[in-house]
Design a binder for this molecule. Structure first.
Ligand SMILES: [Fe+2]
Length: 357
């Protein structure tokens, strides 16, 4: 939770990026501006035309009310509160894009720098993400997760400083074009029809065109958004680019995107365990995903698995004692009744699900 300070401004003092603090209604009771709307230049022009004189604005000084605030001391409850708060801020920004077709880039960049960058260094972040209880806000949660995972993966690949900040921002923005996709296609449970799939796939280029309108967006971020569904063998979209023709950021975001989509609960599908995702990434790294990015991910992701509690196919619960050898070796586990089972050798026992991480 954030404490909020509010101040009223004359309309001629408003500028793009300010956040509306209170619901505003017209004389006949219709909502004009909802609380949390991020002002854009076109919106300020409209307020002038409508004859609005003053607007309550949320001041930028924000102090987290929970302690401690340092990300490296996060326990699960503090992480969940911080995460939910971040997702809410992304939701507000995305909703304003749907309504006004303008991206509040400065606000989104600030959000990436101030709220998401610190999570990239938080110990146990990969496990925190696995245990998120997902809500109906999948698109916004997924954007936050891909931003965090792209940052973590980028760091594992040696990316630092401004380049890493741009990568995290690109991860946050990668699906921004979905704000322009009709809700009945975007939220449809189950498989999309071919013509719906075509509409859905337009989100990559729509995101690119949205960002191209804004002068301060780094070019690398625009490339990443446009190309995040391109695949190494040319089987992706929208341009069917291949190999090195795909920007490095897009190749990193593709791996983060694939991992998060598979480990999240969706309306139509239960989440896959990270152990099965490792197999899937391993099988995709020779054709569709960048082998260097993928192998870096597979090398490091196992570091987070020791201590996780899983459900085995024989009904027993077990703790991961050793995560298995790189790249896709199976773990050594200790069952609740004290038996050690090497799943690499005992192939008839499988991991059914993740209980805690
Ligand atoms: Fe996407």
């Amino acid at each position: 939770m954030l404490s909020r300070q509010v101040q009223k401004y004359d309309v001629n003092q408003l500028h793009a990026g300010m956040i509306v603090a209170e619901l505003m209604t017209s004389e006949d009771g219709k909502a004009i501006l909802s609380q949390g709307t991020v002002l854009t230049n076109s919106l300020i022009r409209l307020l002038n035309q409508w004859g609005i004189e003053r607007v309550a604005i949320q001041l930028p000084e924000r102090k987290p009310t929970y302690e401690p605030t340092l990300p490296w001391s996060f326990d699960r409850a503090a992480f969940n509160a911080y995460y939910k708060d971040t997702v809410d801020l992304v939701k507000t920004a995305f909703n304003s894009i749907s309504l006004f077709r303008e991206v509040p880039v400065a606000r989104m960049q600030e959000l990436a720098n101030q709220k998401i960058d610190p999570l990239v260094d938080a110990p146990g972040i990969m496990n925190h993400l696995l245990m998120i209880r997902h809500t109906n806000d999948y698109t916004f949660e997924h954007s936050v997760n891909v931003a965090i995972l792209s940052g973590v993966l980028g760091k594992w690949m040696g990316i630092r400083g401004q380049e890493l900040r741009d990568l995290i921002f690109a991860g946050l923005m990668h699906d921004i074009g979905k704000s322009q996709i009709p809700a009945e296609v975007l939220n449809k449970p189950g498989k999309l029809l071919p013509q719906e799939l075509e509409v859905m796939r337009m989100h990559a280029s729509k995101g690119y065109y949205l960002l191209r309108e804004v002068p301060q967006v780094p070019t690398v971020v625009m490339w990443a958004v446009l190309q995040h569904h391109e695949r190494m063998d040319g089987s992706g979209y929208p341009l069917k680019l291949k190999g090195d023709g795909i920007h490095k950021f897009a190749r990193i975001i593709s791996v983060a995107d694939t991992y998060d989509a598979m480990t999240s609960d969706r309306v139509y599908r239960r989440r896959t365990t990270p152990y099965h995702v490792i197999d899937e990434l391993f099988s995709q790294m020779s054709a569709t995903l960048d082998p260097v990015v993928c192998s870096t991910f597979l090398y490091h992701v196992k570091d987070f698995m020791s201590g996780n509690i899983v459900l085995l196919s024989d009904g027993r619960q077990a703790k991961i004692v050793h995560p298995g050898n790189y790249p896709n070796g199976l773990p050594l586990v200790e069952t609740a009744d004290g038996q050690f089972v090497n799943l690499e050798k005992k192939r008839d026992i499988k991991i059914y699900g993740l209980i805690s991480a």
